[in-house]
Design a protein around this ligand. Structure first.
Ligand code: C2E
Ligand code: MG
Ligand code: MG
Ligand code: MG
Length: 293
């Protein structure tokens, strides 16, 4: 619009900017009551091991429904919460909920999958983050092996040596670590090799273009090879078509997550999905993302 020039173009542009600035303030204001008002919930999206078709993980994803019934997508409110610091309280709530839910599923006999929690770099860099993870696991009696923490490449900016030390402490609790949205951020390939990471998550932006954009296919292959070289797994996000799946399986991707397999589910619907996929088969063990209990 702005490019077309003229009076109307600029007017539109300015109104749009003003709208988003005030919307931002409203979101920040409403976020303050969102948790106590019980407006936040978690969905759990299955992650499938491609070789076996088993669910080896579920990613916890935040959903916010405001008092007036409107939904605010996480891509809209998470960046605001990161800037305002509200992500600390939100993140603590998410970890608490996800660990509690995983413990309940464990008590119901579902042994072999991890719950993956997104952790913002703002949260990661708080002094008490590692302690918070330790005490949350202990309070619920959940083995660390059943928790995965998804970090982004941003955590390694600034103080990569310290980030690596913190990751080692988390690994000491048994927790799995993955790098989310890999390929979109500031990859420090030299540090990647020193980081105690279990998997790289290939961003949906690349998966989306499989079959459409040969350069994005090349990026997918490169990430899978890179992970293979350093001996870790790959999880593709946004797997939507059989063609995506075929490409990923052919190129040795470990796991996938996306609408082709399952949408993010209500926690109460997960056990049925696990049964349906045979993830809880007694005595089942396989390599990769299985967690011993
Ligand atoms: P993400 O961690 O990369 O999560 C994957 C996103 O892709 C999710 O969006 C998920 O619903 C969506 N998705 C999964 N499969 C498909 C598919 O096949 N097609 C399409 N089009 N989309 C798919 P969602 O839930 O809207 O979350 C967006 C982002 O918000 C997440 O990206 C993550 O960065 C952030 N986020 C969500 N929950 C949390 C949280 O508890 N804490 C933090 N710090 N960030 C969160
Ligand atoms: Mg994620
Ligand atoms: Mg992701
Ligand atoms: Mg993503």
């Amino acid at each position: 619009q702005a490019k077309s020039g003229g009076r109307n173009g600029w007017r539109y542009f300015n109104d749009e900017m003003a709208r988003s600035a005030s919307e931002r303030l409203v979101i920040e204001f409403d976020l303050r009551r969102a948790i106590v008002n019980e407006e936040m919930t978690l969905r759990y999206q299955p992650q499938m091991e491609l070789a076996s078709g088993r669910i080896t993980g579920v990613e916890a994803l935040l959903r916010w429904q405001r008092e007036d019934g409107s939904h605010v997508p996480p891509d809209r409110f998470i960046p605001i919460a990161e800037e305002s610091g509200q992500i600390i309280e939100l993140g603590r709530w998410v970890l608490e909920q996800a660990v509690a839910a995983r413990k309940q599923w464990l008590d119901e006999g579902h042994k072999h999958f991890v719950v993956a929690v997104n952790v913002s770099f703002v949260q990661f860099w708080r002094d008490d983050f590692v302690d918070e993870v330790r005490t949350t696991l202990a309070r619920h009696g959940l083995p660390g092996e059943l928790l995965e923490i998804e970090l982004t490449e941003r955590v390694a900016m600034g103080e990569p040596e310290l980030a690596v030390r913190m990751m080692r402490t988390l690994k000491g609790l048994g927790v799995r670590l993955s790098i989310d949205d890999f390929g979109t951020g500031y990859s420090s390939l030299s540090y990647l090799n020193t980081m105690p990471i279990d998997a790289l998550k290939i961003d949906r932006a690349f998966i989306r273009n499989i079959g459409l954009e040969s350069s994005d296919e090349a990026i997918c292959r490169t990430i899978i090879q890179l992970a293979g070289t350093i001996g870790i797994g790959t999880i593709a996000e946004g797997v939507e078509t059989p063609h995506h799946l075929a490409f990923l399986a052919q190129n040795g991707c470990t796991a996938g997550q996306g609408y082709l397999f399952a949408h993010p589910l209500f926690g109460c619907d997960l056990p049925a999905e696990l049964m349906r996929r045979g993830v809880t088969a007694p005595g089942h063990r396989s390599h990769g993302r299985q967690a011993p209990v």
